[in-house]
Design a protein around this ligand. Sequence first.
Ligand code: ZN
Ligand code: ZN
Length: 386
Amino acid sequence: MDTKVKAAVLVKPGHVEIREFDMPQLGNGAAICKVLMAGVCGTDKHSYRGETVQYKGTENEIDLPFPIIQGHEIVMEIVAIDEAGARNLSYDGDELKVGDRITICPDVVCGKCWYCKNIPNYPWCEHLQFSYGNMRSCDDGNHLYGGFSQYIYLEPGTRAYKVPDGLPDEMACFTEVMCVTYTLEKAREFSSFSLEGFNFGDTVVVQGAGPLGIAHIAMARMLGAGKIIATDISDYKLDIAKAFGADVVINAETTTAAERIALIKSETNGRGAEIVVECVGRPEVFPEGLKYLRKAGMYLEPGNFVDCGGVDVNVHEICANNLRIVGMTNHTHTKYKTVMEMMLRTKDRFPWERIFSHKFSLAQTEQAIQTSMTKDSMKVLIDPWA
Ligand SMILES: [Zn+2]
Ligand SMILES: [Zn+2]
């Protein structure tokens, strides 16, 4: 095994440096993995821009501890693992061994607090301080806690998932994003009430056709959506949205809010959509999105994961229209294996390869993050061995 490891370190917002670390010693119940590929997430862009407060107003509120090795959408190969790690790191009970290709859920929870015990399928842990590529500084512990690195160190408590054979590395990197679409399954839970939540054939509007938006379009289609409408400011992204099954696309740069609302009403017999999903990651789109809904429609909010401030909302409209607003921070760790198998199963049904617009080397990490912020990029990947 190599003795030195190169990693891209976000020293502070707006400043990435390539640093060299000593290869850590393998600890009890841990694993060391070679990073094969990592995706740049919306969260990584926010951190780079200095929008670094997450989980505001909760027990987990954190202002990110710099320096950080970013990257939490990672596919990796195990290069060192002990017996305890082989037994305990796999979420699905697979025996792990050197050479296995895996991905991980970024969040490591305590397993002991009220949330971990009572609502264990979510990373709502009251003591959540460990999230790969995001919440733990590379000055800490075994340093290598992010995917923009040649190697990563998996601490005990990490949930790892074997990647099925035949699923390309790029798609394995997209697993975490697809897991966020659990928001739509949440909306389906309400379908047991008459015409509430997300029923078969319902209209779904997705605000924002970046990688998270496309993931929701694909999932909405698989879960039986009727009309799917996507909005974005990039025609390039809207074109991909169409390829994934959006029936109607609206360029938000060349239309006014009033036009968009009118168009969505006219596409839904004058009533409005049953479901709107916010995948822009900016609070400004929220008040308008509420106006896309029909009475008792449901607004899903997985996009504003980072605190970007507030907006004015006319609360009366929520009351008058019986709107249901469902916030979803992060994602459940229970769906990784299912999501990977589903992506493999639909390899020919969806043009998954169109999601991956750029690939950069580790030395180009800063360029990769900047590229991911441009209008005409989708999921940007980093190959640390390129
Ligand atoms: Zn992510
Ligand atoms: Zn906990």
